[in-house]
Design a protein around this ligand. Structure first.
Ligand SMILES: CC(C)(COP(=O)(O)OP(=O)(O)OC[C@H]1O[C@@H](n2cnc3c(N)ncnc32)[C@H](O)[C@@H]1OP(=O)(O)O)[C@@H](O)C(=O)NCCC(=O)NCCS
Length: 176
């Protein structure tokens, strides 16, 4: 497994769409939450998923992420993580106003292919993301959902809940 920086994220759009759909299927539609959709597609409905998620993915790849990394095995994407730390002017509705003023870095788009879960690939990606944001001198935050297993995972990994916000829960890395 290698972790690779993606230099032109939009070029990976189609591969990432498939990868994220795999995560959507494997979580039975829990993640991505598609919380803005009036009616969520069934977990096996790729076309329905694409219709709702593709424009959002495009926004993330072109306007939101400051850095995107993928974990690869035999040239296949098996994991992802993105860093967001230039928040000015970004339409990140999941980040509370008071945090946008601070010198923060967010860990986003954190996923591992179902077939590869439980092999510490997530741990490696998370450690990598934390180290990078520390280098940049950022306070490290994650926005997630209270019902996801990932929430408990983050608590185990040294994150603490700092607040509830809309349907989200905001976590901060303790030593940042
Ligand atoms: C959260 C996620 C990225 C973790 O990735 P991962 O590669 O499975 O993580 P790791 O292997 O490092 O750790 C998995 C932990 O769960 C436990 N685990 C064991 N078997 C597991 C399995 N089959 N699947 C998942 N977790 C398992 C391990 O004990 C480990 O805990 P530890 O760190 O205390 O040892 C992954 O579960 C995922 O993609 N989830 C769906 C997407 C999601 O919810 N993303 C977060 C959105 S905010």
């Amino acid at each position: 497994m290698i972790i690779e920086k993606v230099n032109e994220p939009i070029k990976l759009k189609d591969d990432l769409l498939k990868f994220v759909f795999g995560v959507y299927q494997s979580t039975n539609g829990a993640y991505p939450a598609l919380e803005w959709a009036e009616k969520k597609p069934e977990p096996n409905d790729f076309e329905g998923f694409k219709k709702i998620y593709e424009p959002f993915l495009e926004f993330r790849l072109t306007k939101e992420f400051d850095e995107l990394y993928v974990a690869k095995d035999n040239n296949n994407i098996i994991g992802t993580v993105a860093l967001v730390y230039n928040l000015k002017g970004k339409e990140v509705w999941w980040v509370p106003e008071e945090l946008r003023e601070k010198n923060i870095g967010l860990i986003e788009f954190f996923m591992v292919d179902e077939k590869y879960r439980g092999k510490r690939i997530g741990s490696k990606l998370l450690t990598f993301a934390i180290k990078r944001l520390k280098e940049l001198g950022k306070e490290i935050y994650i926005v997630t959902f209270p019902h996801l297993p990932a929430y408990q995972y983050y608590l185990k990994k040294g994150f603490q809940k700092v607040m509830d916000y809309k349907e989200f829960v905001i976590l901060k890395f303790k030593n940042s």
